[in-house]
Design a protein around this ligand. Structure first.
Ligand SMILES: O=C(O)CCC(=O)C(=O)O
Ligand SMILES: [Fe+2]
Length: 197
């Protein structure tokens, strides 16, 4: 098996594929260690429903073009892709046969860091965004809930070295989140590759 097995989450109105072992342990360990230092992590102040607060995680934005990414009242200016980030981008593009232009990186420092319910449906991502999401470091639980059919939920643990591909329908019909956890856990890096033409 070249990239480990792919699991179709069989979600209503969305195609979501999970590759638990997309990167082997050795590559995943190295990427985690290197990206922790190489990425320009910072904590942004965001405004949601008129209230301003620090984001509960660190982020950075990379792109092969100059296009910015706007969400929650912040505008992220891209750094150029290089080093491991560029290598990872190429690996994912080879597997998915999709060319991504941009990457929003997240660093969850511990269990208190999180990412609240949202969909990545900003207009610069186009009509039906495709997002490839890579995880390194501490495993975290990822939740989905359907926007319109309240009976539909899904939950999985995003493990070290995994790839989650959220294809057609996911952002339109579902929300997702990384909840906080009271467990005493370590850092997690997540890379979300996106297309912002
Ligand atoms: O950390 C994750 O797995 C999800 C990140 C996410 O949803 C986002 O950056 O839009
Ligand atoms: Fe997201």
């Amino acid at each position: 098996m070249l990239f480990g097995s792919a699991i179709n989450l069989e979600m209503k109105d969305a195609e979501v594929i999970y590759y638990p072992n997309f990167f082997n342990k050795n590559d995943a360990d190295n990427y985690f260690k290197n990206l922790l230092n190489a990425i320009n992590w910072k904590q942004d102040t965001i405004t949601v429903f008129g209230k301003t607060h620090l984001q509960p995680r660190l982020t950075a934005f990379y792109a092969e073009n100059k296009n910015t990414y706007k969400y929650s009242n912040i505008e992220m200016i891209p750094h150029p892709f290089e080093g491991d980030l560029l290598k990872i981008k190429k690996r994912i593009e080879k597997e998915t046969k999709i060319n991504f232009t941009s990457c929003l990186a997240n660093l969850y420092r511990d269990g208190k860091d999180s990412n609240g319910w949202h969909a990545d449906d900003e207009k610069e991502l186009g009509e039906n965004p495709i997002i490839a999401s890579v995880s390194f470091g501490e495993a975290r639980v990822f939740h989905f809930k359907h926007r319109f059919d309240k009976t539909q939920k899904a939950k999985l643990t995003l493990q070290h070295g995994s790839l989650l591909v959220m294809k057609e329908g996911t952002q339109k019909n579902w929300l997702h989140q990384i909840p906080k956890t009271k467990k005493d856990i370590g850092k997690r890096i997540n890379l979300t590759f996106r297309i912002i033409p």
